[in-house]
Structure formats: C-alpha cells, structure tokens
Design a binder for this molecule. Structure first.
Ligand SMILES: NC(=O)c1ccc[n+]([C@@H]2O[C@H](COP(=O)([O-])OP(=O)(O)OC[C@H]3O[C@@H](n4cnc5c(N)ncnc54)[C@H](O)[C@@H]3O)[C@@H](O)[C@H]2O)c1
Length: 377
C-alpha cells in the first residue's frame, strides 16, 4: 500500500528532472546548465523521501527488515522458522491408512457416463498409503482395475485385498469384482520402475492410466539439509514421477492408444509454505507441475493427456500424526487456509477420477489445485 506511493513519487521526481534535462539539452547548448537543474532538485527529493521513510513506522518496517521497528510482529507469519525440523519417519514408525468407508458403491443418482473408468487399467504409485490409497479406492469405485505399486509391497497387498472387500460390501450382488494387484517398486530406480511396469502389464494385459502419488516431504533449513536426503527427496518426487510417466507413455505409444496421466504435485510447487522450511520439496513439486505441462505438450499428438493435481494440506494418517505432535503448527496451518480447515484424502477422489476420465478429454497440462483456497491469498 505504501510502496507504490513512494515509487510513484520517486518516478515523478526523476521524470521531472530528466524532462528538464532533455528540454535544456535540445534547446540550449549549455550542457552544464542543463544538469544543474537535476543536481539541485534531486538531493532535496531524496532527503524528503528518506525523512518520510524514517518517520513512518510502516515504511521502516517494510524496507528495513529484518530489524524493523515493528519488532516481533514484522513478517512473523510469512517467514520460515529454521528451528522446525521434521524427518520423514522410518517405515516401522509409519501409521497405516484406513480404507475409506461409504464413498463408492452402487448408486442411482444420475451422472455423466463420461466419468466412468470402466474397462481401464490404472497404475497408482505410492498407492499403499495416504492419498494414493484413497485415490486408488476412487478409481476402483469408478470401474477401473488397479495396480498398486509401492516400496512397501506387503502393505500394498494388504490394502489391495481390503479395497476389493470394501467394493464387494458396497456392491452386493455384483458378480464381477475389480482386479486389484500389488507390486513392488522403488520409483527412484529406473530398473525397478521398468520391472514393475512389465509385471503390471503381464498381470493386467495393459496399462491405460497412471497416477504418480509416491512422494514425501521433510523439513530442514536449506543450509543444514543433509545432501543425501535432498537427493533421495528429488529422486522419489521428481525422478520417480518422470520414470513412471515415460515408461507408461512408451507402452501407450507402442499400443497406439490414448491414455491419461495424473501427477500428484503440491501447492508447495506454487507457493512457499510457512513456517516449516522445505526448499528442496517446494522445488521438487514445482518441477512435477512443469513436467506435467511439458509432457502434455510433447505427447499431445499421441493422445496422451498429462495433468497435475496440487493438493493443499491434507489430513492423512501421517500428517495427523505430525500435527498431533505439533499442535502449534496445526493451528498456524489452519489459520492460513481460507476454507478454515485442512482437506481430507477423500477430497481428491473426484479430482483424480475426473482428470483420468473422458469427462476431461480436452484437458491436458492443467494444474488442478485442491487446497481450500490456500494459494489464492
Ligand atoms: N499429505 C499432504 O498433505 C500432501 C499435500 C500435498 C501433496 N502431497 C503429495 O501427495 C503424495 C502422497 O503423499 P501422502 O501424504 O499420501 O504420503 P504417504 O507417506 O502417506 O504415502 C506415500 C506412499 O508412497 C510410498 N513411497 C515412498 N517412497 C517410495 C518409493 N521410493 N518408491 C515407491 N513408493 C514409495 C510410501 O510407501 C507410501 O505408501 C506425495 O507426492 C506428497 O508429496 C501430500
């Protein structure tokens, strides 16, 4: 609010000075005179501006951060706090994700048939837990067969059985159950990715759609972030997305059939979260978003659509655990969300189904933000 006024006044002073310089330079040959008017008026304008800034606590705070006169309040809610460190837990400390109840099933509400995923085979990376698991459930409920690919194969197998069980409960009397399989892959490793894709094709006969949800975040300030952990983070979030997308696209191109890919980015690819520092994660998710756009263009001629979903703060079993241990962090996060609450994994069920389905046939390269309005403010 104040900065543009200062800038306007400074511009005015400069314009005035340079106008008189041009005028005198063209109408009079006395070059020294022409510049005298600048040097005699500019210092006064500068002093006036400096005085104004010095005497206005808001301007001082705005221009002299971090030691502004507004003390503690200054920038407080808009900065990262380097004392906040959250490590991604080891596997044995990971909470299990429940299968969502009552979101699929037979229903008789009219809706567009275009939203159906019947006769599709979808591969979901990171589908054993969290957002990947709930999105997997949405795809099964919408008629797709499913291959869950995860580092944790045992949990993926368990969840695959539970998804079919839940589907059976919600669709009593239906004879044909969805084919849901579980596979191992470390998404950051090209050989492992290729082996997983080959295994899925051998089990399902083909792959039509892909959702890349394997990913994780950690919090360290940039200076002390252990380098090996940054490489792991970029490996899983960026390489993992790239390797699966190219592997599945190659398979689709060989079959000469259309396909749809949804990459799970994050609102962190568009904004900088506070107060927890996480520069490498933010950069990784910006990469995912732009990878979706770039591949959308590259593969448009092959009828392969590539879109990104950027979730905001979602309440998975893992974020719930982290926030239960850091209630102050939870309150800060919620205070920054226009919707006034965190999202739930179920909030992604419609978004992922839509983007994979024919209802989104002309949508490619889009970034669908599911963030309660976080990135708008
Ligand atoms: N939870 C949120 O609030 C949130 C918000 C925005 C974006 N995201 C993104 O959504 C995606 C899913 O996050 P989540 O909250 O469900 O996490 P999660 O930890 O609950 O689930 C991630 C899954 O990915 C698997 N995985 C991790 N590394 C892997 C690897 N190298 N190879 C194969 N599988 C691997 C894990 O075993 C797990 O099953 C991530 O990309 C995350 O960055 C999450």
């Amino acid at each position: 609010m104040f900065r543009p006024t200062v800038a306007r006044q400074a511009c005015k002073a400069l314009n005035h000075a340079s106008r008189s310089a041009v005028l005198t330079a063209t109408s009079r040959p006395a070059v020294t005179n022409s510049f005298r008017s600048i040097s005699s008026t500019a210092p006064r304008a500068k002093n006036d501006e400096e005085d104004k800034i010095k005497n206005d606590p808001f301007l001082t705070a705005t221009t002299k951060a971090p030691e502004g006169t507004l003390g503690e309040t200054e920038g407080r809610f808009a900065r990262t706090d380097e004392s906040l460190q959250i490590e991604y837990p080891d596997d044995e400390h990971m909470p299990r994700s429940p299968v969502v109840q009552g979101r699929g099933g037979m229903h008789f509400k009219r809706t567009l048939a275009q939203f159906s995923l019947e006769n599709k085979v979808t591969l979901v990376t990171g589908g054993a837990r969290g957002l990947g698991l709930v999105m997997s459930q949405a795809l099964v409920a919408s008629g797709s067969d499913l291959a869950i690919v995860d580092l944790n194969k045992e949990e993926a197998e368990e969840q695959a059985l539970k998804l079919v069980e839940q589907f059976r409960k919600e669709n009593p009397g239906l004879e044909q159950m969805p084919n849901v399989t579980a596979h191992y892959a470390d998404v950051a490793n090209p050989d492992s990715v290729n082996a997983a894709i080959a295994e899925v094709i051998s089990k399902h006969g083909r792959i039509d759609s892909l959702v890349t949800s394997a990913g994780f975040t950690e919090n360290f300030d940039a200076i002390s972030y252990p380098h090996d952990r940054i490489q792991k983070l970029w490996g899983v979030n960026v390489d993992g997305t790239y390797l699966f997308a190219t592997g599945v696209a190659k398979h689709l191109m060989e079959r000469k059939v259309p396909g749809s890919i949804v990459m799970i980015g994050s609102m962190s690819g568009a904004i900088v979260n506070v107060p927890q520092p996480q520069a490498p994660y933010n950069a990784a998710k910006a990469a995912v978003r732009h990878l979706a756009a770039s591949l959308a263009v590259e593969w448009a001629g092959h009828d392969i659509r590539v879109n990104c979903i950027s979730p905001g703060y979602m309440l998975t079993a893992l974020t719930r655990k982290i926030l239960d241990e850091n209630p102050e962090l939870r309150d800060k996060w919620i205070s920054l969300i226009p919707a006034g609450k965190m999202g739930t994994p179920e909030d992604l069920m419609g978004a992922v189904t839509f983007l994979l389905s024919d209802a989104a046939k002309y949508i490619t390269g889009a970034d669908l933000r599911v963030d309660g309005g976080y990135t708008l403010t």
